[in-house]
Design a protein around this ligand. Structure first.
Ligand SMILES: [Zn+2]
Length: 110
C-alpha cells in the first residue's frame, strides 16, 4: 500500500466512462486489478471525482469553524495546535514551501 499507482491514459478513459455509467467502484477496481481505495485515489488525483474526505479538508480551510489538533508536526514534532489536517507546524510549512514543497501526491502516500 502507499505506492502511487501508474495508470495509463486508457485506464483513465475507462474510469471516466465507468463513472458516467455509474459503475460501482468495486467493478472499476476489478477491471483494473487494483483495490477500491486506489481507484478512489486515482479518481481524486485526476480530478474525476471528489470524495467526502477531500471535500472536508477543503471546506475546513475556508471556514471559521476550523478545528484544531495537536498532532505532532511531521518534521519537528512540535505540538502547538494548528488547523486540523495540517501536518506541519507553521514554521516547518513555511520552510517547506520555500524549498519547492512536497510532491503533489504526498497526501495519498500512506
Ligand atoms: Zn514543525
Amino acid at each position: 500500500m502507499g505506492k502511487p499507482v501508474k495508470v495509463s491514459k486508457r485506464d483513465l478513459e475507462y474510469l471516466a466512462n465507468a463513472l458516467k455509467e455509474k459503475k460501482p467502484y468495486t467493478e472499476m477496481a476489478r477491471h483494473l486489478k487494483i483495490c477500491v481505495d486506489t481507484v478512489k485515489r486515482i479518481l481524486q488525483r485526476e480530478g474525476l471525482a471528489e470524495f467526502e474526505g477531500a471535500k472536508y479538508v477543503v471546506a475546513l480551510s475556508n471556514t471559521k469553524n476550523t478545528k484544531y489538533w495537536n498532532r505532532p508536526c511531521m518534521k519537528c514534532k512540535g505540538t502547538k495546535s494548528r488547523p486540523k489536517w495540517q501536518y506541519f507546524c507553521v514554521k516547518c510549512k513555511e520552510i517547506n514551501e520555500q524549498y519547492s514543497g512536497l510532491p503533489s501526491e504526498w497526501l495519498w502516500d500512506d
